[in-house]
Design a protein around this ligand. Structure first.
Ligand SMILES: [Zn+2]
Length: 265
């Protein structure tokens, strides 16, 4: 087995591995996005919950304050009724006015807090709905990711073992170079050679469509590891490529000739 055939086997295993992992990766990415959104929602919801809690305390405080002032106002009113002279009466009157002003401020603060609390409670309710919807989506994404993982797990194990075996049999320097090309070109790291004219040794790279020099083609045929001089992918010959009758080839040649002729006119 020559090294091109070994690389081709590795390439095909890698391709399948990439396909399987990219599916799981996508599910993983979707899940991470949902978890991020859910986390943001939880954070905003907590903040609003805290604000509502603080407002509830404010409302209770102000209600207490108003009750206290009401009590004092009643007491002062009774005292006014029992005032012995106008001086005493006026003193109670001043006190009463102070309490009334204080009560009015407390009432304003209470109403403000209640209005804000109502507003935030409505917002909170909306957020709870959003949160439970997002939570449902997130749980669905977990199920989907797990199902995807379970589905490919066995096949991944088989492929990884096969990959190790194949990679181990290829000389390290070639394997490193191959892996570099795979990183750069992905599924286009290897390409088959398209024979245009087998007798004239005319061929092109099926990845970039550029012509392959005769020396490169004969090198490839003799088992030499060959890269496309144009796009730098590793080339391989499909089995029997050089033995096929050239029906397609003749047609191509004809159309090429015609094109040349048309172009010359
Ligand atoms: Zn090429």
């Amino acid at each position: 087995m020559n090294v091109t055939v070994q690389l081709l086997e590795l390439f095909q295993v890698d391709k399948e591995l990439r396909g399987l992992t990219s599916r799981v990766d996508q599910a993983e990415k979707f899940l991470a996005e949902q978890e991020g959104l859910l986390g943001d929602l939880s954070k905003s919801r907590n903040s609003i919950e805290n604000q509502v809690k603080t407002l509830k305390a404010t409302v209770a405080n102000e209600e207490g304050e108003i009750a206290r002032l009401d009590e004092r106002i009643n007491t002062v009113r009774e005292q006014m009724n029992q005032a012995r002279n106008s001086k005493e009466y006026n003193a109670f009157q001043t006190e009463l006015n102070t309490f009334k002003t204080e009560r009015s401020s407390a009432e304003t603060r209470l109403l403000e807090a209640m209005a804000r609390m109502e507003e935030l409670s409505a917002k909170l309710e909306k957020m709870n709905t959003e949160h439970s919807e997002r939570d449902k989506i997130t749980r669905g994404a977990v199920t989907q990711r797990d199902a995807g993982l379970a589905e490919v797990k066995d096949r991944l194990g088989v492929l990884k073992a096969k990959r190790d075996e194949l990679a181990g049999a290829i000389p390290a320097s070639i394997r490193v170079e191959f892996e570099q090309v795979v990183r750069a070109r992905g599924d286009d790291a290897m390409a088959t050679v398209e024979i245009i004219d087998r007798r004239a040794y005319e061929a092109s790279c099926s990845s970039c469509m550029m012509t392959i020099p005769v020396e490169a083609l004969s090198g490839l045929m003799s088992g030499k590891l060959t890269k496309c001089p144009s796009c730098r992918c590793f080339l391989f010959l499909e089995e029997g490529a050089m033995d096929k009758p050239s029906a397609k080839t003749t047609k191509k040649r004809t159309s090429k000739k015609q094109a040349t002729a048309t172009g010359a006119e």
